[in-house]
Design a binder for this molecule. Sequence first.
Ligand code: GDP
Length: 297
Amino acid sequence: MFENLSDRLSGVFDRLTKQGALSEEDVRAALREVRVALLEADVSLPVTRDFIKRVQKKATGASVTKSITPGQQVVKIVHDELIAMLEGDEAAEALKIDNPPAPVLMVGLQGSGKTTTTAKLARRLKDREGKRVLMASLDTNRPAAMEQLAILGTQIGVDTLPIVKGQSAVDIAKRAKQQATLGGYDVYLLDTAGRLHIDDVLMDEVLAVRNAVTPRETLLVVDGLTGQDAVNVAAEFDGKVGVSGVVLTRMDGDGRGGAALSMRAVTGKPIRFVGLGEKTDALEVFDPKRVAGRILG
Ligand code: GDP
C-alpha cells in the first residue's frame, strides 16, 4: 500500500547511508527529497511540513553529521517520526467492547466499504476473539444494503437482526439492542445508512441512533484511495457526530498512502483497521510500527 513512497524513500536513504561523512547540506538535500516523496504520496502539506521540521530539528540536535553512521542515524530519526505521526500521543487502544452487549456504530459515506467492513469486523471478533456478534443494517433507504449484510452474515456465520420493513433507523437500533441483550450477545454492530455526501439528514440520523444506543465505539469507514479527501471526510464526520476511530478501506489498491499518513495528525483519531480486499477476511489491525517499517522497507 505504500510501494511508491517506499521506493522513493529507499532511494534517498540508500544514497545517504552509503556516504561516510554527511554535511548539514547533505541532510537538508535528503530531507527535501523526503518532502517531495511525502507530498507525492498525497500527505497533506501542513503535515509534511511539520514532519520535515521535526526531523530536521532532531537531526541537528543529534549531531548527525558527527555520528559514526550518519546516514543510518537520519533513517532512524525518520522512522521514529513516522511512528509518532501515525500513532499520535498514545498507541491506539483495542476496541472498547467489554461490558456486553457493546454497541459499535459503523458510519461513513455510501460506497466507502461500510457494509463489507461491518462483516469483516464481525468475522474478526467472532473468529479471533470468540465474541458472540449480532449485526444490524439501519439503511432503510436501501433494502439491497440490508440484504447484502444478511447475505454476508450467513457467509461468515454471524447473526443479523431480522429485517422488518417500515421501521426507522432508531427503531432498528433499539430492536438490535434488545435482541443483543436478550440473546446474550457480546457486541452488536450497527451498519448505518451512507450517503454520497455528508449532509444534515445523514448526520441527524446518526446522532439520533447514537442517542438511542450510546455506542461504545463509533468507527468511521473511509475509502483510502481518496487520499486527502478521506482525511477531510473524517474531520467533518468527527466534528459533526464524533468518531472514536477510523477504518481505511481499499488499502490494497494503488492509492498513495497519504490518507493513512495524515489521518492521525489532521483528525487526532487513530486508524484502527485497514481493509485490504473485498473478502471478509481482508481486514488488518493498523499497527503504526509495522507500517513505518513497511514504508522504510
Ligand atoms: P458501503 O456502501 O459503504 O456499504 O460499501 P460496500 O461495503 O457495499 O462496498 C463497496 C464496494 O467496495 C464493494 O464492491 C466491496 O467489495 C468493495 N470493498 C470494500 N472494502 C474493500 C477493500 O478494503 N478493498 C477492496 N479492494 N474493495 C473493497
